[in-house]
Design a protein around this ligand. Structure first.
Ligand code: ATP
Length: 290
């Protein structure tokens, strides 16, 4: 079974600064680290590290060769990743000594994905494959509708949160994954609690408190605790969790087992600094004494 991930690919440029710059101020950074990020890339890496076959659907700009190479080094197939003119998606992240940050995000190629290429790629998908998408690319609704029509299972992570983006894709979903703040925002925007959405499975992540899985047909709510760890960097925790969850589903694991493994992966991630490059391998997840 293959996971098709329509997702963003970002370069994270992380600058260590003495403090967050005030308006009009020029600041020299004391360190620069460049890493692979973007919700899509993080999820592809997580799912591949969990052992799944992953086809990434997305785009990078003329400066994005190293990101494609990095994704491939983690076992993600990039056959359908497009090359666009102009810059790749990137984040300029200033972090001060207290860990406070200020982020400027440029979506770049992530919002210029050619949907004909995505459609041709999905024509190779088989019934039972999984499509996953998040809200950092164009084409989410078109891809979800096409995947559903072809008999794929469709999962969507509602981040970065935009009520209209979720509303537009909702009717095509089998799984919706969102954190508790996003869940509250969505209920307010739709005037419906997430328990009553017309999506069969809703997973609400609760940070250090774990997650809830709601089967909306019966209203049953199942809780899974997160392992207790010391958090040093929560970047990409949600993406790691979702990538592992979907990989578990692709392997045919029962939902609770897939959620427990995803929780272990998310907990290990928050103990490490970085995004895609800090996502644990399946061996680390299965062996860690948590
Ligand atoms: P982010 O936006 O930081 O990537 P998120 O808000 O989408 O994350 P969270 O609910 O913070 O998602 O985290 C996703 C999952 O990761 C949680 O359900 C949990 O399993 C795990 N996790 C996150 N933070 C912690 C923590 N401090 N300790 C243990 N596990 C954690």
């Amino acid at each position: 079974m293959t996971i098709w991930n329509l997702g963003s690919i970002n370069a994270d440029h992380v600058y260590a600064v003495p403090h967050i710059a005030a308006p009009g101020e020029t600041l020299a950074a004391s360190a620069l680290n460049r890493g692979l990020g973007g919700k899509g890339a993080n999820m592809s890496v997580a799912a591949a590290r969990a052992g799944a076959r992953v086809e990434h659907l997305g785009a990078v700009g003329t400066d994005g060769g190293w990101m494609v190479a990095r994704l491939e080094s983690y076992g993600v197939s990039c056959t359908h990743v497009q090359r666009r003119e102009g810059p790749s998606g990137h984040a300029i992240i200033a972090v001060d000594a207290e860990g406070e940050n200020a982020i400027t995000l440029w979506p770049g190629a992530n919002r210029e994905i050619d949907l004909d290429v995505v459609k041709r790629a999905l024509e190779q998908a088989k019934q039972g494959d999984i499509l996953v998408a998040q809200n950092e690319t164009n084409g989410q609704v078109e891809a979800a509708a096409l995947a559903r029509a072809r008999g794929l299972t469709v999962a969507y992570a509602a981040a970065p949160f935009e009520a209209e983006a979720v509303r537009a894709v909702l009717g095509h979903l089998d799984f919706l994954v969102l954190n508790e703040i996003e869940a509250r925002q969505l209920s307010e925007a739709l005037g419906t609690p997430v328990e009553r959405l017309e999506v069969p499975n809703v997973v609400v992540t609760l940070g250090a408190r774990g997650c809830d899985w709601i089967e909306t047909a019966s209203g049953a709510r199942h809780h899974v605790d997160a392992p207790k760890v010391e958090a040093v960097d929560t970047t990409g925790a949600g993406d790691t969790f979702t990538g592992y969850l979907i990989a578990g589903l692709a392997e045919g694991r029962p939902m609770r087992q897939a959620l427990e493994r995803a929780s272990r992966a998310g907990a290990i991630k928050v103990g490490r600094r970085g995004a895609a490059d800090a996502i644990p391998t399946a061996e680390e997840v299965d062996r860690a004494a948590l």
